[in-house]
Design a protein around this ligand. Structure first.
Ligand code: GUN
Length: 282
């Protein structure tokens, strides 16, 4: 079984990005900038944002975090986004989710100009991705996709089973794999026989937030298993895949932590650089 070392693969990607930033600096005399908006004091969000900032600095990006209290009015956020949309030093804007209840997520996402939408959540980017045009691609599925490609460069004709249909992962993941000529099944909580679906799969991507849902006897030999789950349990953080059981069966498997997580952040940096390049080429 191949243990997919997301930490190492993400570090390699950051190395490449660092060189790219240095080349861009030489060419344009400026570096890509990422601004993250963080609302409230949710600990997981604070940890993510700190990691994003640290990684952005490491590859040489200009990185800013703008913090607001939970009680901030929606208009303040929308105005800030408009200001960042018009700021030439900002290549990418990310508003950390989840948001407080009184702030309309859809409105926030749609206020970010699509060319700076490093999350790929704006309907324009979602539409472009599903039409097969150039777009920002959500960081988590992009990270999963790059890990899968490391193990299996030619995905044509492979059967992929995605567990979870979220806008954050399942749906964009399906688009990326369709583009690679996979046959894609998106499963969810109402799927009749999830085990039977998984037993058909050459690739499984689990992103539902159910601890150790995918069991050893759900996975056939030669399957690549990507675990997006991060679940707090009595025995610590576990994924959506029963790691020990599945590792005796699968061809390749990501650990939790140290699998998809580091790739997500590296892909955010990649998206920021790509936004910069698209704007610079205009
Ligand atoms: N919160 C958890 N994951 C994400 C993500 O990928 N993007 C944003 N904006 N917020 C998140």
């Amino acid at each position: 079984m191949i243990l997919i070392d997301g930490k190492k693969i993400a570090a390699e990607l950051r190395e490449e990005l660092k060189k790219e930033v240095s080349n861009l600096k030489a060419k344009y005399n400026k570096v890509p900038g990422l601004t993250v908006i963080l609302i409230g004091d949710l600990t997981p969000s604070q940890i993510y944002v700190r990691n994003k900032e640290k990684s952005a600095n490491e590859v040489g990006l200009k990185s800013d975090v703008v913090k607001y209290p939970d009680s901030v009015e929606e208009k303040v956020i929308l105005d800030k986004i408009q200001e960042l949309n018009n700021d030439e030093t900002v290549s990418g804007i990310l508003v950390q989710l989840p948001l407080p209840k009184h702030i309309d997520k859809k409105k926030v996402i749609e206020t970010i100009v699509p060319s700076k939408d490093v999350d790929g959540f704006h309907p324009m980017n979602v539409g472009n991705l599903s039409s097969g045009y150039e777009s920002s691609v959500p960081c988590t599925p992009l990270g999963c996709y790059l890990l899968i490609k490391k193990i299996e460069p030619n995905l044509s004709g492979k059967k992929a089973v995605l567990i979870g249909r979220s806008n954050l992962n399942g749906k964009p993941m399906a688009q990326l794999l369709l583009k690679e000529n996979c046959t894609v099944t998106i499963t969810h909580s109402k799927t009749k026989d999830l085990k039977a679906e998984c037993l058909e799969a050459d690739i499984i991507v689990a992103a539902v937030g159910i601890p150790e849902l995918v069991k050893g006897d759900w996975v056939k030999k030669d399957t690549i298993v990507i675990d997006v789950g991060i679940n707090k349990t009595d025995k610590g953080i576990v994924g959506d895949v029963a790691f020990e059981e599945v590792s005796t069966n699968a061809k390749a498997l990501t650990p939790v932590p140290g699998g998809v997580g580091p790739m997500t952040i590296a892909c955010l940096l990649k998206n920021t650089i790509d936004c910069f390049k698209r704007l610079a080429d205009k």
